[in-house]
Design a protein around this ligand. Sequence first.
Ligand SMILES: C[S@@+](CC[C@H](N)C(=O)[O-])C[C@H]1O[C@@H](n2cnc3c(N)ncnc32)[C@H](O)[C@@H]1O
Length: 347
Amino acid sequence: MVLPGLESTAAEEIEQSLGGEVKRSNDGYVVFRLPEIDASILHLRTAEDVFLLAWGTDSLTFRAVDLESIRQWTAREADWRTLLQIHHAIRPKPKGKPSYRLVAQMTGEHGYRRIDARDAMAEGLAGKLPPSWRHAEENASVEVWLTINGATAVCGLRLSDQSMRHRTYKDEHLRASLRPTLAAAMVRVAGARFGHVVLDPMCGAGTILAEQLEVGKGQISVWGGDIDASALAAAGSNLRRLGRTHLARWDATRLPLPDAGVDRIVSNPPFGKQLSSPEEIGPLYRAMLPEYDRVLRPGGRAVLLVSDVERLHDAARHVRWKRTQELRVRVLGQPAALTVWQKPGMG
Ligand SMILES: C[S@@+](CC[C@H](N)C(=O)[O-])C[C@H]1O[C@@H](n2cnc3c(N)ncnc32)[C@H](O)[C@@H]1O
């Protein structure tokens, strides 16, 4: 499961990092096959959650007959014994009697309730889980999820837990702090290589810098700053354990940095509604981009996540950057765009 909009980025990570074969991707999920499954699957950075797929369909009818299909698919389409074995190999069973939890999520108008779909899945599972297992709403050792979105449904055993999407480095949260999987996707499309310098001029609590440090293995220099002292303190505390970061308090429209010194800029400027007045966003972008252009080396790349994409395009007319990619995502319920820009090289 991925944040809608990040399917292609996650698919690429699955192929490159795990050697997976992507079968399909759609609206918030990517289905893939691995030659061998082990715990490395839990190290995917752009995924919110990872499941062993039991069954999937694109042909729900939205009518109550779907409940019978869900029951039958759950009973017949999946080899639960094998799935449970793989699950136990990756997530060893805790001591004591194992417990399980059934979760159903549903979006779109259907002629049945989410709870009916969950009951249908529970009926299909009858006899599939060991009888000694007890049902538990909290800290269950095994979770079976059914996710229904329009005519699509997927059912699977959850391999990940909360730490996959929340990470363990986030001690300090700020209100506008990014989802780590989105920051990971930005870092991925930025594609910094060993020896590069990566800059987030408006780093907030430092989520983008943290993701860059985690994949850079000490071989990429990470620089960040913010105008707000409390944001910088949060970034300092989140990043301390991850590696060396150069942090400074500054105004991103007047950076105390030399010309052409950074290879990548990866940043999430404030959204209009985070400013005292949304009208300030245009002037902020127009002041920010020439400064980013100055510090970015020729041939460098900028990845900017914004809500006001048209204003960003307006501002980009004043620098000679070329937009190479744009992914539509939602951030805190608002539409946003992950934009990728290339600065022309020398000559
Ligand atoms: C959306 S938040 C960034 C969140 C960050 N990516 C994170 O995950 O925590 C935008 C940040 O831009 C900072 N900011 C706004 N105007 C700025 C400016 N002119 N110079 C530097 N930082 C600025 C704000 O203080 C805020 O921390």
